[in-house]
Design a protein around this ligand. Structure first.
Ligand code: BDR
Ligand code: CA
Length: 312
């Protein structure tokens, strides 16, 4: 089987790190490059964190590109209260050996989409959508060449996590999200409705740690930090592990359930800025523009994640 070619656009983040690890551990996936965006922490940290994570996976050969350092039209909002000061709190970080690429992330994505055969590259979006909105605006010719976009973002039945109605990735750059959801690219959305069902329970984190290899132990340490904030917030055993759901969708879509819907992004209202308005019940007649996942088999998800990270 030919591996699926992907670009990971990310703002690591412990859960972003888990997604990168899952992708790099999976032979079904060929990571063409990793692009960083400002989000959980500022760009200088997200691009460094991305390089650190690839090296922990023994894949220092993966090129990492820095992209937008702020949203299209707003001030950057970050989430150190969740991820810690570095974005990857929970482990000792080190200076990565491989430097950041000189090329801008947006140029890398555009050039890759032009040089790879049309319809073969999937964009996996794990942070605010700024970089991809810039690609769409700057190079409309590449939009039709994107195989699909799979993103973690939004929330509908579950509400928001940064405001009552908005999820963090969409809230940080709602104008970018509007461009991405309106681009006409086949799009799959992993909202909070799904990610709040994949909880890093004690038993699951211990199973991961028991793999014994460096990547699994590092991830277990990161998760023990990462889940603290959410355990307190939600009163659960473990916290949601958002971003790896994007990679799990590529590996085993059968573990998810959802439907094709229209999704619009709120950019005007101060009260509900960044809300993903999902027409789940088809009451508007607006055209479908996304497959919205709503459910997941959490045990199947963690079986996959733990087994794969054990291979690194
Ligand atoms: C999303 O926001 C970030 O904090 C996480 O990395 C994830 O991408 C969850 O709302
Ligand atoms: Ca993220």
């Amino acid at each position: 089987m030919t591996p699926q070619k992907i670009i990971i656009d990310t703002d690591p983040g412990q859960d972003d790190a888990a997604a990168i690890m899952l992708a790099l551990a999976s032979p079904e996936i060929d990571v063409l490059g990793v692009t960083a965006v400002a989000g959980n922490v500022p760009l200088a940290l997200t691009e460094r964190n991305a390089r650190i994570v690839t090296e922990i996976c023994g894949r220092g050969d993966i090129a990492v590109y820095a992209g937008a350092d702020k949203p299209l039209a707003r001030k950057l909002v970050t989430a150190e209260h969740v991820h810690g000061k570095t974005g990857l709190d929970g482990v000792d970080l080190f200076d990565p050996g491989r430097p950041i690429e000189k090329k801008h992330a947006v140029d890398f994505i555009i050039e890759t989409l032009r040089s790879e055969p049309a319809g073969t590259v999937t964009l996996c979006l794990l942070g605010p959508l700024t970089n991809i909105a810039m690609v769409i605006e700057r190079a409309p010719d590449v939009v039709g060449r994107i195989k699909q976009i799979v993103l973690m973002g939004g929330g509908f039945f579950e509400g928001g996590n940064i405001t009552p109605s908005a999820e963090f990735n969409i809230y940080v750059d709602p104008e970018a999200a509007k461009i991405v959801f309106g681009a006409g690219v086949p799009l799959t959305m992993m909202p909070l409705d799904v990610t709040h069902k994949v909880l890093t329970t004690k038993v699951r984190v211990e199973r991961l740690r028991a793999n014994g290899n460096r990547a699994s132990v590092v991830m277990a340490d990161m998760l023990e930090f990462f889940e603290r904030f959410d355990e307190e917030k939600y009163g659960t055993d473990g916290g949601p592990l958002h971003d790896p759901t994007v990679i799990a969708w590529l590996l085993d879509p059968g573990m998810f359930a959802g439907r094709h819907c229209n999704v619009e992004i709120e950019t005007g209202s101060e009260l509900s800025l960044g809300a993903t308005v999902v027409d789940w019940w088809k009451v508007t007649g607006r055209p479908e523009n996304a497959f919205v996942a709503r459910d997941v088999d959490a045990d199947r998800f963690f079986d996959l994640l733990i087994e794969r990270l054990g291979r690194l």
